[in-house]
Design a protein around this ligand. Structure first.
Ligand code: ADP
Length: 459
């Protein structure tokens, strides 16, 4: 949440800074637009033409009165000519257009100059009565007032424009002050967010430390519990089981039928309790990484075949048949045989446990590109889709409905998964509710490796 807010403020800050840069750029343009009155500006040119026209008129008067020669007239004529040429083209002309003043008078004056060019160029040194010169003088004199008006128009337009520009600048300056204020506010918010975030991180760190302490304490408690279970429960239970087995075997003589039944019950329950303790200790060791694997390269087909009589004997009690099919030439695999038997036993026992009497549990061995595959399948009650991902978790049992209540600890599949992973394999499951389940164990093929164990003579 804070992070999102920070990003938002940073984004706004970026936009604000971009706006300030844009606004400063437009200030530069506007400031450069204010220089209409400088010596290259239109006002300067127009008043210059007005002045040069008066100078030409003065020179012509002096000439006609015989006070000066034609050179002065020629010089003034040329100056006026060139100034008119400049003002009618390029930047100055553009600016005049921008001021929206009528500059036609300049064109007309220039036409008059062009028409009298040869008259002025050929003025004789000696003054002779010349009506053309007088006419020219009268003609250009008539432009004085038009040029004055043009000068005034340009001046007015220029000050109008300057006023607008100044107003613009003042608006931009206000705008910039607001933007700068916003930038400062954004920085303040960023600072506040930073402080909040640091406080939050500190809090999270403290919480983590607390959790860590709790976890360490829980771990210590768990280790103590496991140790108690190992010594205080497992050892006496072994003695109980031993004693009951001996009693059941008639070591203390025969018992009446009722007592025999009770003894059977004690034996069965103590065996179950013992299995639970073994499973808990096993999963504890597996998840803590305390697993001592004695791997060897074995022929899996032979290993499974060796286990079949055990499976069949177990399944027979539930009127279930266990079959084995195996592809020829299966590559050997590198496993801990004792652990592998444990895996197979867990899977087959589950398959039998959740199958209907009279059905068959299949153990199939094949080889694919992915490795050697053991599939243990049944046609039993199946597993609901939504619980499939959880069945490998420790202590997870699908539910305790009557149809599923078959005893067990919820640890078998977790042990299978941990063992197979420790042997570099994978385990997966597919199931259809009411139609059956198949577990797949895939182990890497140790192709081309010599067998290091003959497992056919299974224990
Ligand atoms: P449990 O000791 O309860 O069998 P497992 O870890 O072996 O514990 O199995 C977990 C749960 O997965 C079982 O309680 C059962 O509901 C379900 N399950 C396992 N194998 C099968 C199977 N072949 N058919 C149907 N359900 C199964």
């Amino acid at each position: 949440m804070l992070r999102k807010l920070r990003l938002l403020v940073l984004g706004s800050l970026f936009v604000l800074l971009a706006l300030i840069v844009l606004s400063l750029t437009s200030v530069r343009e506007r400031v450069s637009g204010l220089e209409g009155g400088n010596p290259t500006g239109p006002i300067w040119f127009v008043t210059g033409i007005e002045y040069d026209l008066l100078q030409l008129e003065l020179a012509l008067n002096d000439y006609t009165l015989g006070r000066s020669g034609p050179e002065d007239v020629n010089r003034r004529f040329d100056i006026l000519w060139s100034r008119l040429v400049v003002i009618q083209k390029g930047e100055t002309a553009d600016k005049l257009d921008q001021y929206q003043v009528d500059r036609a008078v300049l064109g007309r004056l220039f036409t008059v100059l062009q028409a009298n060019d040869s008259l002025i160029v050929n003025l004789p040194q000696q003054i002779v009565p010349n009506s053309d010169v007088r006419r020219f003088l009268d003609e250009i004199t008539s432009y004085n007032s038009d040029l004055r008006n043009l000068s005034l128009d340009v001046l007015q337009a220029s000050s109008r424009l300057s006023k607008t520009r100044r107003e613009d600048l003042s608006a931009i300056s206000t705008q910039n002050s607001i933007l700068t204020g916003l930038v400062v506010a954004a920085f303040v918010v960023l600072g506040a967010l930073q402080i909040l975030e640091t406080a939050q991180t500190k809090r999270a760190l403290k919480e983590k430390e607390r959790l860590l302490q709790d976890a360490t304490a829980a771990n210590v408690a768990k280790s103590q519990f496991i140790s108690v279970m190992n010594h205080e429960l497992r050892t006496p239970l072994t003695s109980i089981r031993g004693a009951v087995t001996l009693l059941n075997a008639g070591a203390a003589g025969t018992f009446p039928e009722k007592a025999k039944k009770l003894l059977d019950m004690v034996q069965k329950n103590s065996e179950q309790l013992s299995l639970l303790i073994e499973d808990i200790l096993e999963i504890e060791n597996l998840t803590a990484g305390r697993i001592d694997l004695r791997t060897e390269v074995v022929d899996l087909a032979a290993l499974i075949a060796g286990e079949m009589s055990n499976f069949q004997a177990y399944a027979k009690a539930s009127d279930i048949t266990v079959t084995l099919t195996s592809q020829d030439g299966i590559a050997p695999v590198k496993v801990d045989t004792k652990r592998m038997r444990q895996v197979l036993s867990n899977l087959v026992h589950n398959a039998v446990k959740f199958s209907k009497p009279g059905s068959t549990v299949g153990v199939d061995l094949t080889q694919t590109d992915g490795g050697v595959v053991i599939a243990v399948s049944d046609t039993g009650i199946g597993i609901p889709d939504d619980t499939l991902p959880k069945i490998f978790d420790s202590f997870y049992q699908v539910d305790s409905s009557d149809s599923r209540n078959k005893g067990g600890t919820g640890l078998g599949l977790s042990i299978v998964k941990n063992l197979i992973q420790a042997m570099n394999g994978t385990v997966s499951v597919t199931s259809h509710l009411g139609r059956g389940t198949t577990f797949y164990v895939v182990l890497p093929a140790a192709s081309g490796v010599a067998l290091t164990s003959d497992v056919q003579a299974a224990e």
